[in-house]
Design a protein. Structure first.
Length: 242
């Protein structure tokens, strides 16, 4: 939770157009400054709308987590205006980040959806794939959401089997990233190929294949964990081959 969820914006600390905000959410502090997420019915004068993905391409590493939190908190607040149990309009809980139903007392907290990402490798090659919605020419590691009752490791094996039909072993954790599309926590792994020919899953994988370490196709930029995972893993594999 942010350092003080009950922080308020005052006339002395906020520009005049802040008063036009429909909702306000305190996000915490960055470099000694309080950070807020605001929503508006229309774009304030002098500002322009930028898609979050495009904006993240230009953000520094310390700003990106704040932006991800802002997007997820705003979406959570929008999606839980009414109780999911009885349908009563909810109200914010003053002491924590939650929306409570005044009728049945059900509390909705911001949702986090864990999702795995896995870069499959074998000697001198990595397996990359693209979904129908990807930018043309861009390939990435495989990814998918964790199902109820499933561990991360089980999810990695299942998703790989479903999406490209191969078996893997030697899972190694790489890292994680908050991914606000809409409220994911990406957990990245590498996995060694064991057996099986690539069979792309219909409707999910448009194309997949093995790529030599020195002949990679277009891959995601480093603002996403996919970009870091692929580049860092390939560099590590190449260093071992020298």
């Amino acid at each position: 939770m942010p350092e003080d969820e009950n922080q308020t914006l005052t006339a002395q600390t906020a520009p005049a157009w802040v008063g036009e905000a429909a909702t306000r959410h305190y996000l915490g502090r960055l470099a000694g400054l309080d950070c807020w997420a605001l929503t508006f019915g229309s774009i304030p004068t002098g500002w322009r709308a930028i898609p979050l993905r495009a904006a993240m391409l230009t953000m520094s590493a310390d700003v990106m987590p704040i932006a991800a939190r802002a997007a997820q908190v705003i979406e959570w607040d929008r999606a839980h205006r009414f109780c999911g149990v009885c349908g009563t309009p909810t109200v914010p809980k003053p002491e924590e980040r939650g929306r409570e139903c005044p009728a049945c007392k059900h509390v909705a907290y911001p949702r986090i959806s864990p999702a795995m990402m896995a870069l499959i490798w074998r000697e001198g090659e990595v397996l990359l794939a693209r979904s129908p919605g990807f930018t043309p020419g861009i390939y990435s590691a495989l990814a998918g959401f964790v199902e109820p009752g499933e561990s991360l490791e089980q999810c990695v094996v299942r998703e790989i089997r479903e999406e490209v039909g191969v078996e893997v072993t030697d899972l190694q954790y790489y890292g994680s990233q908050s991914w606000p599309f809409p409220h994911s926590l990406m957990l990245a792994f590498t996995a060694r190929w064991v057996s099986g020919d690539i069979v792309p899953q219909a409707g999910e994988i448009e194309e997949a294949g093995w790529f030599r370490l020195d002949q990679l196709p277009g891959i995601p930029p480093r603002f996403s964990i996919a970009g870091h995972l692929i580049r860092d893993s390939v560099e590590k594999m190449q260093s071992k081959m020298r």
